[in-house]
Write a protein that binds this ligand. Structure first.
Ligand code: 13P
Ligand code: SF4
Length: 344
């Protein structure tokens, strides 16, 4: 039994030892995190690093986590597809998922024998909340025999009703892999409209939206182009179609990061959640990031103090009903098999 060692505030001081231990990380992030702010983060980072070793935990972080989490304590970071793969491939018995609930649930679905903790169980997602398993059952009754593709931004119960899952990184590939005339594509209407442009399969869509990406507008982007000639506009496919029409590149969060790395534009606008620009700016100090961005209130519920608390108290453990989990696992594994070039 691993002892529970709750940190007291005095243990979380910015001492000379903490400063030395965290300085290599600070040197990476110093142009986006001021020193006065680092003095608050560093004691938590040092404490989390220590406890992570004791607990033999793996910390996975989504690309929308704040820089002190993304660069400070994450062992691996990525988009939804990357996090699902890393959870499946890891031999760690304890995973702390710094992201929203459906991401932690996907890790648990893929690894039912591992303990998966989420630092704040209230970290939800407007897309996941837009559809229930009962809705999917009704759609299947309405369109008998039409296969169902569901975005991973859904609950385990919705995934269990699904033939195959997808993420924004592989949605076109997954739809095409079915070779069907029609597919029920859930729940993100805008991602579905984007996929529809790249497939001959007819998609039946649902009216789910991401509350963060639906706030951008094409007009806003045209203004940015006028005010910043030559700017590269990179957008996430959860944005409405008039926004995507203005973008030079559309892709998943990791696709967006790779695109900036390959193109190294002088100026870029990442049409997505705010922390993405901060995290990518660390790797590309020569690129100017022009920001309108929107905050995801759910992603922002995850903080360093809550990660430390999760490791200290071994909470909040993600549980999935084994029967639902087994059915959801097939849908997620079929998606991963498409990525590996297999049909499953
Ligand atoms: P990615 O799979 O592109 O990381 O997107 C997940 C998400 O929630 C975007 O809002
Ligand atoms: Fe959900 Fe949108 Fe937040 Fe992504 S950014 S987790 S889709 S609410």
């Amino acid at each position: 039994m691993i002892p529970t060692t709750l940190s007291t505030p005095s243990e979380l001081a910015y001492t000379a030892a903490v400063r030395r231990a965290t300085d290599p990380i600070y040197q990476k992030v110093r142009h986006i995190i001021p020193e006065i702010e680092w003095a608050v983060h560093a004691p938590y980072i040092a404490a989390i690093e220590e406890l992570k070793r004791t607990r033999k935990a793996l910390i996975l972080a989504h690309n929308y986590q704040t820089p002190e989490i993304f660069h400070g304590v994450a062992d691996l970071a990525g988009d939804s597809l990357g996090l699902a793969r890393q959870a499946a491939e890891s031999d760690a018995e304890l995973i702390v998922l710094c992201g929203v609930h459906f991401m932690a649930e996907t890790a648990k679905i893929l690894c039912p024998d591992k303990r998966v903790l989420i630092p704040d169980p209230e970290a939800g997602c407007s897309l996941a909340d837009s559809i229930t398993a009962a809705d999917v059952r009704l759609l299947k009754e309405r369109y008998p025999g039409v296969p169902v593709v569901t975005y991973v931004n859904t609950s385990a119960a919705v995934k269990a009703e699904t033939d195959v899952c997808c993420t924004s990184a592989n949605a076109v590939e997954v739809v095409n892999s079915l070779g069907a005339e029609r597919v029920i594509f859930l729940p993100d209407e805008y991602l579905g409209q984007h996929v529809q442009k790249h497939t001959s399969t007819q998609l039946i869509l649902w009216r789910g939206h991401c509350e963060v990406h639906e706030r951008f507008s094409g007009e806003e982007l045209r203004d940015y182009r006028r005010n910043h000639p030559g700017i590269e506009i990179v957008a996430h496919p959860e944005c409405p179609q008039d926004v995507l029409a203005e973008a030079d590149y559309v892709g998943s969060t990791s696709g967006m990061i790779n695109h900036v790395g390959e193109r190294k534009p002088a100026k870029v606008l990442l049409v997505t959640e705010c922390s993405m620009s901060d995290n990518v700016a660390v790797q590309h100090p020569d690129v100017e990031f022009v920001r309108p961005c929107n905050l995801c209130p759910h992603m922002k519920l995850i903080t360093l103090p809550k990660i430390l608390h999760a490791l200290e108290t071994m909470t909040h453990e993600v549980e999935v009903d084994p029967q639902i989990g087994a059915r959801a696992k097939s849908a997620v594994e079929r998606m991963l098999a498409v990525g590996r070039g297999k049909q499953g």
